[in-house]
Design a protein around this ligand. Structure first.
Ligand code: CA
Length: 719
């Protein structure tokens, strides 16, 4: 007989699964914990599972074993206990964690019910390469919460925790550290009152959006925006590079923040700017490039983007300066957060402080890896959930952020996301919350995963819409696959569904979302080939001009569909990564925004700017509810193949235009479209997109050019 699995499921309850009961002899079992034999009150057997009820509590600070005869034994896991109400009732705390600094006293709190001792280590240096013996201060435990006070002014000191847990002694940075030394190895004790740039207390988010569908998101990286020699910025690749206004290219065209403002988007989404691992980019020498999806300190900005990563305040002040500059220029700032995994399954501070608690385990006790990054975090465990919630709220309040994009959000549970959504609602400003709601292989019940198919359970939580992405350019799993804009046929109904924001609309497929504000509409982002490189793979035999028209059509569809449009920076001037599909650690030359290219293709940018401006001036493109979509959006039937045409009727969402007609032609030839009766004004065709009327049409037949989007309107006709 073998023991397949042994789990502590309550402080006095253990279950054990065995493979063969025929040789089972019950009294031979011994449960050992804390070096003593536990008294078993009673047991029950069901199928091949034995449940033991103990006479006393299991001590989770030591391992617990079941022995059978001499050579069969199993270590019991605590994972089920950690997730239980019983555990939460005993150990869950809402007490402030981390360091609370004042000039007369600093208070330290760290949570770990498993530890047998915790010491505070105080250093003069943030750099571990400088030889130094730390001061050691013993911390005291109260129900898993370890605490100490130091009645001194500790400003400019650094600290770590020395945690003894399951017979190992580990030195760990405080997970709640809000400032750190070089490479984030030690926490820093600073006065946050000294981290605000001039005017930061008066900094307010632009009031450019009321509803989430008013947003136009533009994904950028701090480094990529200014690292190119032609960026005109002096602080290339730094937070400060994005505070420099009026930077220009050699041809005197705007770059950096002035360029972003100029194209008319509402929100930048910044790729990881929290402190990420030195293994990805060493803050001492930043020759290496990495996107930074390798979290080290969740509550601290990344040092390699600061002008001096050795000075803890520097990265904080400069991040705030960048956010302040965006706000001053009318732009909101969304942060890309990566709570779905810990950088290293073992060598992270969470595991060093409380092993097994923060990482999700499956039914067999194995670490889940739905993230593909060696581990998944366990948001269903309440102190992990609290950590994520605390971190998001901290960034929103301390750094005045306007939104959060959750990397691999499908790893998290819907309760956690709903709690964050509700708490962000209390800020009195519009803070976006959205993420990648993929269906990932992680040990959560299917109805609990924050994935697209559960969207109805998470109001006002946005999801990257891979339906529109794949319909437009082809499947991401097959780089040779084409989509609607690249010549694949019979996708009209799919495109219509996407135009409707993938809400339930008649018989259209892809009824996913409860409201348009759940659909983040995109065709490309930092992942996979950029759209231009994908078009070179799928349509490389065509002329550049034809591919440009395909790219313009793709972005035009994103910007005229119901939902929240998302643009990958540079797509508006056919950004290329030279065919590198996954550029997470490629050099700057692959990842940077190439401002020379922008100069060469500024006519494409101007066109996209025109469509952006149309969207921002016309609330009909930004309907907020499914009812509004059903009431105002009407598709025109009997079109040529590969043509989708629709009306947004009757001054939708308070629009000044009575009726708007949008036509997409994905054919590489022109087609005639019969217009609804009345007089129509043209706002956008293949070559120009404008807020102003370009030309009047009085005929009811309209020739739409190959591979183009056309937008027409009338101000008073009843249809
Ligand atoms: Ca770092």
């Amino acid at each position: 007989m073998n023991i397949l699995k042994a789990e502590v499921i309550g402080f006095r309850k253990i279950t054990m699964e065995v493979d063969d009961f025929s040789k089972f002899s019950f009294p031979r079992f011994i449960i050992k914990n804390d070096d003593k034999i536990m008294k078993i009150s009673y047991y029950s057997i069901k199928n091949n599972v034995v449940t033991f009820v103990l006479d006393e509590d299991v001590n989770i600070k030591t391992d617990c074993y079941i022995f059978y005869n001499e050579n069969i034994n199993a270590k019991c896991t605590y994972y089920k206990l950690f997730a239980s109400d019983e555990f939460n009732g005993r150990y869950y705390t809402m007490d402030e964690l981390g360091v609370q600094y004042t000039s007369s006293k600093s208070e330290f709190r760290v949570w770990t019910p498993a530890a047998t001792s915790v010491n505070l280590l105080l250093y003069r240096n943030g750099d571990p390469l400088i030889e130094e013996t730390p001061r050691k201060i013993i911390m005291n435990e109260n129900n898993g919460l370890w605490c100490t006070y130091v009645y001194e002014d500790l400003k400019n000191s650094f600290y770590t925790y020395e945690v003894t847990v399951y017979e190992n002694t580990n030195e760990a940075v405080d997970p709640y550290a809000k400032a750190v030394g070089i490479n984030g190895i030690r926490g820093a004790i600073i006065d946050f009152n000294e981290t605000n740039p001039i005017g930061f207390s008066d900094d307010i988010s632009p009031s450019s959006i009321t509803n989430y569908t008013d947003a136009i998101i533009y994904e950028i990286s701090v480094r990529d925006m200014t690292s190119n020699p032609n960026s005109g910025a002096s602080h290339k690749g730094k937070f400060l590079g994005l505070t420099e206004e009026n930077t220009v290219t050699s041809k005197n065209e705007p770059t950096g923040i002035s360029y972003i403002k100029d194209i008319g988007i509402t929100h930048v989404q910044i790729m990881p700017m929290f402190d990420y691992a030195a293994a990805s980019v060493d803050e001492r020498s930043i020759d290496k490039y990495n996107w930074g999806y390798d979290p080290e300190n969740y509550n601290v900005p990344e040092g390699c983007y600061s002008t001096d990563p050795f000075i803890p305040e520097c990265r904080i002040i400069e991040t705030k300066e960048m956010i302040q500059a965006f706000h001053k220029n009318g732009l909101c700032v969304n942060m890309d957060v990566v709570f779905n995994h810990l950088f290293h399954a073992k060598e992270n501070c969470f595991e060093k402080i409380f092993p097994g608690y923060y990482i999700r385990h499956d039914q067999n006790g194995f670490v889940c890896n739905g993230s593909g990054c060696t581990n998944d975090t366990a948001s269903e465990n309440l102190m992990m959930q609290r950590y994520i919630v605390d971190s998001v709220l901290y960034w929103a309040s301390e750094y005045h952020l306007d939104g959060f994009r959750f990397d691999l959000m499908g790893i998290h549970d819907i309760d956690t996301m709903n709690i964050i959504r509700n708490k962000l609602n209390n800020f009195g400003r519009t803070i976006m919350l959205y993420g990648e709601g993929w269906d990932l292989n992680t040990a959560l019940p299917e109805d609990k995963k924050a994935k697209m198919s559960n969207a109805s359970k998470t109001p006002h939580l946005g999801y990257f819409n891979d339906v529109i992405r794949d319909c437009l350019k082809g499947s991401f799993g097959n780089i040779y696959d084409k989509g609607y804009i690249s010549g694949k046929e019979n996708l009209e109904n799919n495109i219509k569904a996407c135009v409707a924001g993938c809400i339930k609309y008649g018989d259209l497929p892809h009824s996913i979302f409860s409201a348009p504000d759940q659909s983040i509409n995109y065709v490309s982002c930092h992942d996979n080939n950029v759209l231009w490189d994908k078009l070179i793979i799928t349509n490389g035999d065509e002329s550049e001009e034809i591919r440009i028209n395909r790219q313009k059509l793709a972005l035009g569809i994103i910007l005229t569909s119901q939902g929240i449009p998302f643009l990958h920076s540079g797509a508006e001037f056919i950004r290329t990564k030279q065919g590198v599909e996954n550029s997470y650690n490629s050099p700057d030359e692959i990842n940077w925004i190439d401002w020379d290219r922008k100069d060469s293709y500024s006519y494409i940018t101007d066109y996209i700017k025109g469509i952006i401006s149309l969207r921002r001036n016309h609330p009909a493109f930004r309907l907020t509810t499914s009812e509004a979509v059903l009431n105002h959006l009407q598709f025109l039937d009997n079109q040529n193949k590969n043509v989708v045409a629709f009306l947004i009727k009757n001054n939708a969402n308070g629009d000044s235009w009575k009726n708007i007609l949008v036509i997409y032609n994905a054919n590489n030839y022109s087609v005639d479209v019969k217009l609804p009766s009345g007089s129509w004004n043209l706002a956008a065709d293949k070559y120009i997109a404008s807020n102003e009327k370009i030309i009047n049409y009085f005929t009811n037949s309209y020739k739409i050019e190959s591979l183009s989007i056309n937008i027409l309107y009338n101000e008073s006709e009843n249809l």
